[in-house]
Design a protein around this ligand. Structure first.
Ligand code: UFG
Length: 321
């Protein structure tokens, strides 16, 4: 298939673009490079543009004539969504609706959308399945939920087929493709712990008094290469007029202290840290039930947290970090 990958210069979009190519698909990247990197899409056909810009989208659809879109482009930092919600609604909702309209006009009827566990908010029951109550607790989660709803409305009206993939905590890297997480201001746990091990400078554990087995938050860390595999499967299994949402996690809950121990063990280094207060908006525990993705997509996340840590360490070494 020919696939237009919005946000294909970013972390998950970049790895998925390579996985699509490896599976025999032809891709073009659409990215504004606000957080993406040129090196992430080297040798690929690239359209530089903002998803809010209909003329840039129309050019890409008109020239490349994709059969499907994979839509990663988004603002995705939860605290920033709280301090600047307008930007998040503008990019994640208005921009995504422009993409949908450009698809409709171009006759492109398939989309795989990067959604998030943030659509659930604080779960009543763990593990979380796709039928769990959706009550996002921040603007980021609300923007993802709103575009999921727009897709479901467009499905019968426009003859669209879609898969919404709700990621839990993406981590890891794809050093074999020279790809990994590089952000100007990193806030995610796994890269921060690895950096602390490498530099000897401590990171802060946000909250040690949660009702969990060691007092720190439990999250479901899923490897980016497993996520990329799920995207390829979701695209290839999409039937006309079909729509669905799938949780993508490992199904395993890991505490912050357990991440610290894993990084220490895998890297053979002591990880310096300090205990800090809770971070606003952090639920105690978020763990996915992934049985729907296993059943309908035939997806099995095969990489462990140790595999992800090894991949990040190798990626950072290859960049001289
Ligand atoms: N944490 C620390 N210290 C840090 C950074 C994080 O203790 O320096 C803790 C957090 O408090 C949290 C855990 O590590 O308990 C994971 O935090 P991340 O910031 O890595 O990830 P989040 O769980 O907050 O959010 C991630 C994505 C969101 C997505 C969400 C869905 O970043 O986009 O998962 O589960 F919405």
């Amino acid at each position: 298939m020919k696939v237009l990958v919005t946000g294909g210069a970013g972390f998950i979009g970049g790895v998925t673009g390579r996985a699509l190519q490896a599976a025999g698909h032809e891709i073009a990247v659409f990215d504004d490079f606000s957080t993406g990197h040129d090196w992430a899409c080297q040798g690929m056909r690239v359209y530089r543009g903002d998803i809010r810009d209909r003329s840039a989208l129309d050019k890409a659809f008109g020239e490349f004539l994709p059969d499907a879109a994979m839509h990663f482009a988004a603002k995705a930092v939860v605290p920033e969504s709280v301090s600047n919600p307008g930007l998040y609604y503008d990019v994640n909702v208005v921009g995504s609706l422009r993409l949908l309209e450009a698809m409709r006009v171009a006759g492109c009827r398939k989309i795989v959308f990067s959604s998030s566990a943030a659509v659930y908010g604080t779960p009543a029951i763990t593990p979380i399945d796709e039928e769990s109550r959706q009550h996002p607790i921040n603007p980021y989660g609300r923007t993802k939920k709103q575009f999921e709803e727009a897709l479901e409305d467009a499905r019968p009206a426009d003859g669209l087929s879609y898969a919404c993939l709700r990621y839990f905590n993406a981590c890891g890297a794809a050093p074999e493709w020279g790809l990994g997480e590089v952000r100007e201001h990193e806030t995610h746990l796994v890269p921060l712990v690895i950096r602390a091990a490498a530099t000897g400078k401590p990171f802060t554990i946000w909250g040690t008094d949660y009702e969990t087995r060691d007092g720190t938050c439990v999250r479901d860390y899923v490897d980016v290469r497993d996520l990329a595999d799920a995207h390829v499967l979701a695209l290839e299994r999409l039937r006309p007029g079909e729509g669905g949402a799938y949780n993508l996690g490992s199904g395993q809950g890991t505490t912050v202290r357990e991440v610290v121990s894993s990084v220490g063990r895998v890297m053979g280094k002591k990880v310096p840290f300090v205990d800090g207060p809770r971070r606003a908006g952090d639920p105690a525990s978020l763990v996915a039930s992934c049985s729907k993705a296993r059943r309908y997509l035939g997806w099995t996340p095969g990489r462990s947290l140790d595999d992800s840590i090894r991949a990040v360490a190798e990626f950072l070494r290859s960049r001289g970090g």
